[in-house]
Design a protein around this ligand. Structure first.
Ligand code: SAJ
Length: 421
């Protein structure tokens, strides 16, 4: 249920491991694309794996579920007003599968969810299917089982990590967890740890909150470095030579649909206790505006704002096409609204300019080459591989606002190229 960044790769990996998979999605064009054997998202190796599974007839898509042995829910859980978790899609998926359920089925929720969601889903479906037993124990063949198993794959490495990562499966009972473990053993090479559903739900939120807090530390250090004229990337690199220090990388902010969202689910559930988690969110969320101020200052140093600004990258991180919660998008939107002659957006992973910029006649999608030729100011927002291959000398003496420590890597790359030559 749900053929997005997690659902589709999972469906493909399952198909690759011998399962017959029906992918269900409410979006007609997604369904059509998968039924043609084509992925609608950018993820390394996904196109080829989907085409293979499609050719073998192991995968098909539809907008309605059918009876099955396993129902895997991988729909989005965004937040609504006030950063409150919105589980509407999980609820809709649960309603949608209810009429297809049979005794012996296993429902697995993979969507990142607030603590208590697996029990909530059990209550929803058991209200609709009073003919079925959702008892935690008893004869397994007569019950419908429920488990929570968080996905923990890294966009950019999804196919590999789906198979190799350890998994945590949380059951509403030990037999639910056992059934889920047996399912994941069908395609996972990592270890499968069993626990209660609510523990597994919190494990997922904790993983991403931990990453967010650690990135916030790096981002805070980058502001402190800036004040003292110190290169934060060099400083962190050196600090990380300590055997017990491992600081993450500062950036333009934290994006994506996971790390920038999930910590709020903890804050929402325990606002009085989650003080550090809340503060980390604020630190990371304030970073885009800090970058925008720097761009503004650079623009103001040009006479009458006759200046062309190039924003390199819109995705939330390197080598993906995902623009959700992207700090690069937030920065580009604000730069594009400034009185500049032209704002050039360079994003090699998308074909059309995002709707956010449709009313900005001075903002256009450009190639890297065009941007390098035309721009007066460069804002390096995403460390896409193709950007890192640029010779930094091409910027000449034009200002470069580097939010990802890319210049260092470009210089290193160009020195290596020189050595190779
Ligand atoms: N980022 C930094 N500095 C860093 C690392 C990341 O600024 O040192 C930024 C990225 O640029 C991006 C954001 O953080 O904007 C998140 O990127 P990410 O690579 O940390 O994580 P995601 O969102 O792609 O995937 C995360 C992963 N979670 C953890 O690493 C704990 C992944 O394993 C999860 O499966 C995924 O969230 C998810 O779906 O929840």
């Amino acid at each position: 249920m749900g053929l997005g960044y997690i659902g589709l790769p999972t469906a493909v990996v399952l198909a690759d491991h011998g399962f017959d998979v029906l992918g269900v999605d409410s979006n007609e064009s997604v369904v059509d694309s998968i039924n043609r054997g084509q992925a609608h998202i950018v993820e390394p190796d996904l196109d080829a794996a989907l085409a293979r599974a499609h050719k073998k007839g192991r995968i098909r898509a539809s907008n309605t579920p059918e009876p099955a042995d396993y129902f895997l829910i991988a729909v989005p859980t965004p937040f609504k007003e006030g950063h409150r978790p919105d589980v509407t899609y999980v609820e809709q998926a649960s309603y949608a599968i209810a009429s297809s359920l049979c005794p012996g089925n296993l429902i697995i929720i993979e969507s990142t969810s607030p603590v208590g969601t697996t029990e909530h889903v059990r209550d929803l479906v058991s209200d609709l299917r009073t003919d079925l037993s959702f008892q935690s124990e008893g004869d397994p063949s007569k019950n419908v089982h429920l488990a929570y198993c968080p996905e923990r794959v890294l966009p950019g490495q999804i196919l590999k990590e789906l198979v190799e990562n350890d998994r945590v499966v949380g059951g509403l009972s030990p037999s639910c967890a056992e059934k889920a473990r047996a399912f994941y053993q069908g395609f996972v090479r990592g270890h499968i740890y069993m626990t209660e559903a609510k523990t597994a739900e919190l494990v997922k939120l904790t993983e991403n909150a931990s990453r967010d807090v650690n990135i916030a530390f790096a981002n805070e250090m980058s502001l402190i470095c800036d004040r003292f004229g110190i290169d934060p990337y060099e400083m962190i690199d050196l600090a990380n030579h300590h055997p017990r220090v491992n600081i993450l990388q500062p950036g333009p902010g934290v994006g994506g649909h996971c790390v920038a969202v999930d910590p709020w689910f903890i804050v929402d559930a325990a606002p009085d206790l989650a003080r550090l988690i809340h503060l980390a969110r604020d630190v990371n969320d304030s970073k885009p505006d800090y970058v925008v101020k720097k761009v503004k200052a650079a623009i103001e140093s040009y006479p009458q704002s006759k200046v062309t600004v190039a924003c390199l990258g819109l995705a939330f991180k390197a080598n993906v096409d995902d623009l959700r919660e992207s700090p690069a998008m937030e920065i580009a939107r604000k730069v594009s609204a400034m009185a500049v002659e032209q704002c050039l957006l360079v994003e090699p992973n998308i074909e059309n300019i995002p709707p956010d910029f449709k009313n900005q006649s001075t903002t256009n999608l450009a190639t890297l080459k065009e941007a390098v030729e035309k721009a007066d100011i460069f804002v390096l927002l995403v460390d896409h591989k193709s950007f890192l291959e640029l010779d930094p000398q091409e910027f000449g003496d034009r200002p470069v606002i580097d939010t990802r420590g890319m210049l260092r890597r470009m210089w290193r790359g160009s020195r290596l190229k020189l050595k190779g030559a």
